[in-house]
Ligand binder design. Structure first.
Ligand code: GLN
Length: 383
């Protein structure tokens, strides 16, 4: 039987490919973005507690009410915005489900969706699976700044959605207030929906503040913002995130969410609700990850890798052009197999496969892991 593919150009996600290669060759995995230090013992105990108490059946479709309430309080504390937990928050199976569900609920065949590349690799296939057309706006190293006047030329009568991501994976750049204002101006007299991927909201460095779409009323009224507990609380395997959107958008979102995953793990939701009571559990993350970034930067000093500025996320880009001229995909394979450190090539996040000889390292690792990796990286000469 011949199976015709709905996604003929799509292979296995780079994160799975590189993690498998790292494992096969016993390399240190600075590729896929996940921590190698444990999630809080107190949080783990809370999950166990709720399991023992019998909280093991389906959670409500939109999420456990007390967790949604705590999320609303968190948003109010961070961004000074009142969110209705019943009508505006939905608990999701990680941010990836939130993104997929938002696109599935709101993008129809023929609609155009604008993304900023290098873009997280789930956006384009999700858009195209639902018949949408991706319009990509390519950003370039080393600054990756957005020329909003040039972006305006991508907007057409068919533009249904713009996806933003701040801090942006894989580049570690953040949107500034001027970017948000430019975006506001761009969409204010249209029906364009904003999908805002903010999974690294707590990882913003050097005195900057996270510019959530929720802070900007003209954006907030048309935005779905997705978040990740896995990134925030170091347990990416739990697969829990949430989506915040005004009632009309949330209603459409839930129509798809209910038939996609129905609802999310019950004991984790109760545990997270308790854990969120103490804002210190997330307010210190900026400092915590600044130390990791700086530790990694210090440790690779003296190597031939040239770091770019990481303003946010837990990723550090490095230019390797002093080491090799080979394509970044080949270089990452070689780095993993021959030098024992896995990283992610940035070209895979561009539809055009633009290769600027830049790779991404994840620094959400124990210092000893970063030190061991950096030692190997320092030893690499011109090849
Ligand atoms: N967000 C993670 C990263 O960028 C990967 C998530 C995944 O593997 N699906 O590395």
């Amino acid at each position: 039987m011949i199976v015709s593919s709905k996604l003929p150009g799509v292979g296995t996600t780079i994160f799975t490919v590189m993690s498998a290669l790292a494992q096969e060759h016993g390399a240190i995995n600075l590729a896929q973005g996940f921590p190698d230090f444990p999630s809080s013992q107190r949080l783990n105990e809370l999950v166990a507690h709720y399991m023992r108490q019998g909280y093991n059946q389906y959670a409500p479709m939109a999420g456990v009410p007390i967790l949604r309430q705590r999320i609303a309080e968190k948003i109010d504390g961070l961004y000074g915005v009142k969110i209705d937990p019943d009508k505006e928050i939905t608990i999701t199976c990680g941010a990836t489900e939130g993104i997929f569900t938002a696109i599935g609920a709101l993008v129809s065949p023929g609609d155009e969706v604008i993304i900023f590349e290098p873009a997280y690799d789930s956006y384009r296939p999700s858009i195209e699976l639902f018949g949408g057309m991706t319009k990509s706006f390519e950003l370039s190293a080393p600054d990756y700044t957005i020329d909003w006047d040039r972006l305006m030329r991508l907007i057409s009568m068919k533009t249904r959605m713009i996806i933003i991501n701040t801090p942006q994976n894989p580049i570690g750049k953040i949107l500034k207030p001027a970017d948000m204002q430019a975006l506001e101006k761009l969409v204010s007299s249209s029906d364009i929906i904003i999908l805002s991927d903010e999974v690294y909201e707590h990882m913003v460095y050097d005195g900057h503040e996270h510019q959530s779409v929720l802070r900007y009323p003209a954006l907030r009224e048309r935005a779905l913002a997705v978040y990740s507990f896995g990134k925030t609380f170091h347990n990416t395997g739990w697969r829990i995130g949430y989506c915040v959107a005004p009632p009309a958008l949330t209603a459409e979102f839930r129509k798809v969410h209910q038939f996609n995953v129905f609802s999310i793990n019950t004991p984790m939701q109760y545990a997270l609700a308790d854990f969120l009571e103490d804002p210190h559990e997330y307010l210190g993350l900026g400092t915590f990850f600044t130390h990791k970034r700086d530790f990694f930067l210090d440790a690779i000093e003296g190597s031939l890798f040239r770091p770019l500025l990481s303003e946010g996320s837990y990723f550090q880009l490095c230019d390797y052009s002093q080491i090799s001229t080979e394509p970044d995909v080949d270089f990452c394979r070689r780095l993993t197999m021959e030098y024992g450190v896995a990283a992610i090539p940035v070209s895979v996040f561009y539809h055009s496969k633009r290769d600027e000889k830049i790779i991404r390292f994840c620094f959400a690792k124990k210092e000893e892991t970063l030190e061991r990796a950096a030692k190997l990286l320092r030893e690499i000469g011109k090849i």
